[in-house]
Ligand binder design. Structure first.
Ligand code: CP3
Length: 347
C-alpha cells in the first residue's frame, strides 16, 4: 500500500512536510446537499449499517471539499448499541437512549460484545471505503472515549452539563469504573478491528472531557484513554481529541499518542508549551467562524497557520462543522490551508 497523499500520516510521525494537511471534524454531514439527499431516504443507523451508504457518505467530503483525509461515516454511539443498549437518533434533537444505566444491576443488561459479530458492518464499510478511495488519502477510524460514551449511556441524551452522568460517577464510583472498563475493552477490540479492516489512523473523541476537573479527568477519562492508546499506538497513529481539556495536554502527550486535538479556547502557542515538542497538534478553528465572509475565513486561516507554525500541525476545526455552514465556506477553509500552508522543505 502506498498512499498518494500521506501528509497527515507524515505529520503525525513528526516528519517535515511540504504542506500543512487539513480535514474537518464531522466533515461528512448535513452541510452537504449530497448528504441531505441520502438523509431523506434512509434512517441514520441504516446509513451507518449499510456499507455502500457509509462508503458513499465518507467519500463525499473528499470529492467535494478536497480534504486530506477521509473519516469513516459512523457514530460514537454504535458502541453502546453493540453493548446492548438501545440508541435512537431523534431528528433535530440528537441521541436518545430510552433505558440508560443508573445503577450496578443495569450493567447486567450490557456486555462486552464480540465486535466481529456486532460491528462487522463497520469493518465491511472500511474495506469498501479503502477500495473506493484507491489510496488517494488516508482513512481515519474513530471511537468515542469511554467517559464521553458513559455520559450518553447514563444521561440517556445530550446535555450541556451531563450532571446525571457526573452524579453517577461521584455517588457510585465503583459501578462507574466497571462501566468505563467494559467500554474500554470493547473500544480496544473495535479499534483494532477497524485497523485490521484498513483504517490508517484512529481518533478518540472525548467531546465531554472538558466538563471534568483535572483530577476527575484523570480518574474517569484519561486512565481509560491511556489503555486505548497503549493498545493501538504501535499499530497506527492515534489522535486524542478531548474537547475543553487543555489542562491535561501534558498528560495526554505522555500517553504516547501521536496527535492531540485542541479547540479554539486555547492559544496554539500555549497548547504547544503544555503538550511539548514531540506530539502533533490538530485544530483549532472555531467552527462558527466558518459563517464569516470568505475573505475573513482566509485571513483567520493564515493567522491560525502562523500561530501553529509549519511543523507538527494538522489544520482542523476545534469541534465538528455545523449544519448551517455554506459549502463554499468549508471549501474556502480547506483551500486557504492548502494555499497558505505550503512551505518549502528545509532539506
Ligand atoms: C458526541 C458525538 C456524537 N457523535 C460523534 C461525537 C464526537 C464528536 C463531536 O463531539 O461532535 C462523532 C461522529 N458523528 C458522526 C461522525 C462521522 C464522521 C465525520 O464526518 O466526522 C463522527 C466522527 C456522524 C454523525 N452523527 C450524527 C450526525 C447527524 C445525523 C443527521 O441528522 O443526519 C452525523 C452526520 C448524530 C449525532 N451523534 C452524536 C450527536 C450529539 C449527534 C446529534 C447532533 C448532530 O446532529 O450533529 C454523538
Amino acid at each position: 500500500m502506498s498512499l498518494k497523499n500521506d501528509l497527515i500520516l507524515r505529520t503525525l510521525r513528526g516528519e517535515e512536510t511540504e504542506r500543512t494537511p487539513v480535514w474537518m471534524m464531522r466533515q461528512a454531514g448535513r452541510y452537504l446537499p449530497e448528504y441531505m439527499v441520502l438523509r431523506e431516504k434512509y434512517g441514520f443507523f441504516e446509513r451507518c449499517q449499510t456499507p455502500e451508504l457509509a462508503c458513499e457518505i465518507t467519500l463525499q467530503p473528499v470529492d467535494i471539499v478536497g480534504v486530506d483525509a477521509a473519516i469513516l461515516f459512523s457514530d460514537i454511539l454504535v458502541v453502546p448499541q453493540a453493548m446492548g443498549l438501545e440508541v435512537q437518533l431523534i431528528e433535530s434533537k440528537g441521541p436518545f437512549l430510552p433505558d440508560p444505566i443508573k445503577q450496578l444491576n443495569d450493567l447486567q443488561r450490557i456486555t462486552i460484545p464480540d465486535v466481529n459479530d456486532r460491528l462487522h458492518y463497520v469493518f465491511d464499510a472500511i474495506s469498501l471505503i479503502k477500495k473506493e478511495l484507491n489510496d488517494r488519502v488516508p482513512l481515519i477510524g474513530f471511537a468515542g472515549a469511554p467517559w464521553t460514551l458513559l455520559c450518553y449511556m447514563v444521561q440517556g441524551k445530550g446535555s450541556k452539563t451531563f450532571d446525571e452522568a457526573k452524579a453517577f460517577c461521584y455517588t457510585q464510583p465503583e459501578t462507574a469504573h466497571k462501566l468505563l472498563q467494559m467500554i474500554t475493552d470493547t473500544t480496544i477490540a473495535y479499534l483494532k478491528g477497524q485497523v485490521r479492516a484498513g483504517a490508517d489512523l484512529v481518533q478518540i473523541f472525548d467531546s465531554w472531557g472538558g466538563l471534568l476537573s483535572p483530577a476527575d479527568f484523570e480518574t474517569f477519562s484519561l486512565q481509560y484513554i491511556r489503555q486505548i492508546v497503549a493498545a493501538l499506538k504501535d499499530e497506527v497513529p492515534t489522535i486524542i481529541f478531548a474537547k475543553g481539556a487543555w489542562f491535561a495536554l501534558e498528560e495526554m502527550a505522555a500517553t504516547g499518542a501521536h496527535g492531540l486535538g485542541i479547540d479554539w479556547c486555547i492559544k496554539p502557542g500555549l497548547a504547544r508549551k503544555f503538550a511539548g515538542p514531540d506530539v502533533t497538534l490538530q485544530g483549532n478553528f472555531d467552527p462558527a467562524k466558518l459563517m464569516a465572509p470568505i475573505p475573513v475565513i482566509r485571513q483567520e486561516v493564515q493567522t491560525m497557520l502562523n500561530a501553529f507554525g509549519p511543523k507538527r500541525h494538522i489544520a482542523n476545526l476545534g469541534h465538528g462543522i455545523l449544519p448551517n455552514i455554506p459549502v463554499d465556506h468549508a471549501k474556502a477553509f480547506v483551500e486557504a490551508v492548502k494555499e497558505f500552508g505550503t512551505h518549502p522543505l528545509t532539506h
